[in-house]
Design a binder for this molecule. Sequence first.
Ligand code: IPE
Ligand code: IPE
Ligand code: MG
Length: 247
Amino acid sequence: MTIEDQINNTSLPKHLAVIMDGNGRWAKSKGLFRTKGHEQGSKSVKEVVEGCAEIGIPYLTLYAFSTENWNRPQREIDLLMKLLVSSLRKNQKTLQKNNIKLNAIGNLNALPEKVHTELLEVINATKTNNRMTLTIALSYGSREEILKTVKEISHKVKNNLISPSDIDETVINNHLYTKNLPDVDLLVRTSGEQRISNFLLWQIAYAELYFTDTLWPDFKKEDLFKALLNYQNRERRFGKTSEQLKK
Ligand code: IPE
Ligand code: IPE
Ligand code: MG
């Protein structure tokens, strides 16, 4: 039986988030420039997007560029941005064919205009697709997102649009970039690093975490299915006891 056959389609994560890490190390191990790693990494993106759509995961969120990644050498940033535009163009067909809606989270205004425009174009072209929502986290940082939320809610309080006692989790959720997405069920990080790196801090409150040593450019459908199988063998208790869940 293949790994895919062992997956139970009735208990898949509704929202899978992935920290795609290890492109640079992959390239270095082969004596190549870091850019080659990013190029190869975009092939893994295609694999995972298609794999998730095929198996029936409704929400997939990929961490592509963090607010901290702006501190990388300008040359690498430029190449990453160029690669983004070309893969958006190249993959628009795949998105349409698979009925996938593209979404983006992060401080998109910080992106070069060309990237921003291209991104909005693909988002607009795929907006009625409904098999899966693919969210790309771009220029995304969870602390920046939380700050933005606090500021927006403070303004509303100041203008008497909302009273402090009405602020609850739903109000906060509705001001996050992720307002239309459910909480994350499974967070995967590749490349052996075991940290969150400012990704979806609020949204992963009860996510299952899965770390693999596989570098992102080597991450294929099989690796995705392995992560899903691992997730399905966990008991998500949400604070309750195991006995309560069995009732
Ligand atoms: C992930 O790979 C891609 C981005 C952060 C844009 P890295 O570029 O971080 O690769 P490593 O961690 O240096 O190997
Ligand atoms: C996290 O990877 C961001 C993305 C995958 C886009 P990094 O490689 O930037 O993370 P750190 O800084 O090593 O934690
Ligand atoms: Mg890295």
